[in-house]
Design a protein around this ligand. Structure first.
Ligand SMILES: Nc1nc2c(ncn2[C@@H]2O[C@H](COP(=O)(O)OP(=O)(O)O)[C@@H](O)[C@H]2O)c(=O)[nH]1
Ligand SMILES: [Mg+2]
Length: 615
């Protein structure tokens, strides 16, 4: 990494302060860098350590906290986000918006990116506020993009707000509620990948049963929820108190919360005004200032602490491995030559044995993969049957309950538009849960197997060369990256282009109805087939992809460890044969590195200990 890169790094790190004054993330980052540089000086035999430590640096730098803003339509989600940004950017409307989430993250300049379901992207970069919000409005509002006919998948906005610079990504979500039922399901599917949620209600009208149910689900799916009572500017102090008491009573009775959950009372509208006019007093009065503090302090710190612990522990483990090989090399430089060769032979036998076991484990994994694919196929067949039954039932009901044949087609179209997305979102969630669970189990078993093989290699080497070695917990390699993704897919609802009911109107009613039932049955069949197929295909691809990547990662892990361990012994051996006179100098250098690694390792341990105490 050159100087230029380093500058960028420092600028983008979350910047919470600890009691020591220096940020933990920054201290950790600088230790990671020192460690990596140390292994770079040690040379190519430690290239794995250099790479792993570099990976940890990037992970720390790119850590982001995903915070979804939730609530029914018109509770003021977009207004609240605009207030936090200090700009009227997101469209705030009286009509329901489409089911398109907007991701707000930090950028030096304003930039809007519209991602379409066909994979294309449209960008708008301008500092003109009007152009930006007009551009957004074109894609995310129901009035401009009814039923998402433009095929937008998601929207990303880069914005230079200080809150975003702290590493928070704010997500404006479609409002839940009865109007667009499938939005609720899509939002719920999306939540487990978020780190926290802001849940908005207001007193106009008071919390509804739909919202209570939604909040209940949110609570069970997302780690942290912050409750917000918005639009308090409508209320007198007394009214605000009674609204709050009522809300807490509901939380207690319906959700079993003990009443200690803080509820932030805000006026997003006044907050926005305060930011636009630079009125600090109004910002505090609007309640937004307290909310903002809570967001930065609580969420970003909590997340970065957990991440810091994980990173520090991993780094200590990496140093441990590097140290073991350094000592192997040192020992290989001083053992009598014959003795060294004999030990190297024994070690090679161990490597052959672990290689055999690795091949066996890989075959087992192939079997697991086949079984996952079988589950996927049989569950897709179930989904096909269930959704077909459900949709046929519903269309038949329309046919039998509508007396005017001319009205049927419209009714059925409306019904399909309403029901299909929810139905297939549910199916998708079910299929995913089922398959993911099985995949995870298979991969975990494989992970354990490979971990135990790598441990065998290290232990054998240590024992054979009489080096003290304590194993360090190395967290699993399996880390599927979790950028939240919106699962509200573009489900197919197209029926036959030939208008129905024209011909049929002139037939005897019994005949006409039978004919229409059959025709719509065919449409339903086609819709079900297209949707289950796209669902099955997408999942199959992702399953194959993850198995492939994982197998390769684990193979690499083992192969590289074996190779690197053998290499240090081998190069020491070569060194002995070629220039035995310079061995003393090399030994002294290795001892110095040994000391430095121990010091760094201790500082990683300190960071993870200190963080743990703070929790
Ligand atoms: N009086 C008042 N109105 C608000 C407040 N926050 C939002 N609104 C209004 O409520 C309506 C819906 O707001 P919007 O942000 O679009 O809600 P969303 O659908 O949840 O994103 C708009 O007319 C806003 O001006 C508030 O704090 N006080
Ligand atoms: Mg909105």
């Amino acid at each position: 990494m050159n100087d230029h890169d380093q500058k960028i790094v420092t600028n983008t790190l979350p910047t919470q302060e600890t009691t020591a004054g220096k940020t933990d993330s920054q201290e950790l980052l600088s230790k990671l860098r020192s460690s990596r540089e140390l292994f770079e000086k040690l040379g190519d035999e430690w290239v794995q350590e250099q790479k792993f430590l570099g990976d940890l640096e990037s992970r720390l730098i790119s850590a982001r906290f995903h915070l979804a803003v939730l609530g029914q339509f018109k509770r003021g989600k977009s207004t609240l986000l605009n207030a936090l940004l200090g700009e009227k950017l997101l469209p705030s409307a009286v009509v329901p918006l489409t089911s398109i989430p907007t991701f707000l993250s930090w950028g030096q300049k304003h930039l809007i990116k519209i991602f379409f379901t066909d994979g294309s992207v449209k960008e708008q970069a301008t500092e003109s506020h009007d152009e930006l919000s007009a551009f957004l409005e074109r894609y995310v509002t129901e009035s401009n993009n009814a039923n998402n006919h433009l095929g937008v998948e998601r929207v990303e906005v880069a914005h230079p707000s200080p809150l975003l610079q702290k590493g928070v990504i704010l997500i404006d979500t479609p409002g839940i509620g009865s109007t667009l039922q499938h939005n609720t399901e899509a939002t719920l599917n999306f939540l487990p990948q978020c780190d926290g949620a802001l849940f908005l209600i207001s007193a106009d009208p008071p919390i509804t049963q739909v919202e209570i149910e939604f909040l209940r689900e949110v609570h069970s799916r997302v780690a942290q929820t912050i409750l917000i009572l918005n639009k308090v500017d409508y209320l007198s102090n007394d009214d605000q108190q009674s609204a709050l008491t009522f809300f807490k009573k509901v939380l207690n009775e319906q959700l079993g919360l003990n009443g200690e959950e803080p509820v932030f009372c805000v006026s997003a509208k006044r907050g926005l005004k305060a930011r636009l006019e630079g009125d600090d007093t109004l910002w505090v009065d609007s309640g937004m200032s307290q909310l903002e503090d809570r967001l930065t302090r609580f969420f970003t710190e909590e997340k970065s602490q957990a991440l810091n612990i994980a990173v520090a522990q991993k780094a200590a483990g990496i140093l441990n491995d590097g140290l073991l090989r350094l000592r192997l090399k040192r020992r290989s430089l001083i053992l009598p030559l014959e003795d060294l060769e004999e030990r190297l032979n024994i070690f090679n036998q161990t490597l052959e044995e672990t290689e055999k076991q690795r091949i066996m484990a890989r075959d087992l994994l192939k079997g697991d993969r086949r079984r996952v694919q079988e589950t996927l196929e049989s569950e897709s067949a179930n989904i096909r049957k269930e959704t077909r039954d459900r949709l046929s039932g519903l269309t038949e009901e329309v046919v039998t309950t509508t007396s005017d044949i001319g009205l049927m087609e419209g009714k059925i179209q409306a019904l399909l538009t309403e029901v299909v997305p929810g139905l297939f979102n549910d199916a998708q969630t079910r299929l995913s849960n089922m398959v993911d669970h099985q995949v995870e189990k298979a991969l975990n078993t494989q992970q354990e197997k490979v971990s135990s093989l790598t441990e065998t290699i290290k232990r054998t080497a240590a024992k054979l060369f009489e080096i003290p070695y304590t194993s360090r917990e190395r967290t699993p390699a399996l880390e599927i990256s979790h950028q939240p993704y919106w699962v509200d897919s573009n489900w197919n609802i197209t029926t036959s282009p030939i208008p129905r009911g024209l011909l049929e109107r002139f037939m005897p009613r019994g005949v006409a109805l039978r004919r229409l039932k059959n025709l719509w049955q065919e449409d339903v069949e086609a819709i079900v087939l297209r949707n289950t197929e796209s669902l099955r295909w997408a999942k199959l691809r992702s399953v194959n992809d993850i198995f492939q990547r994982f197998t390769k990662d684990l193979d690499d892990q083992l192969e590289k460890l074996a190779g690197a361990t053998k290499e240090v012994i081998q190069t020491a051996h070569n060194h002995r044969l070629r220039h035995s006179d310079s061995t003393e100098t090399l030994l002294t250098t290795l001892d110095q590195f040994d000391n430095q690694i121990i010091i760094l390792q201790k500082s990683f341990d300190d960071i993870s200990q200190r963080e743990l105490v703070n929790f």
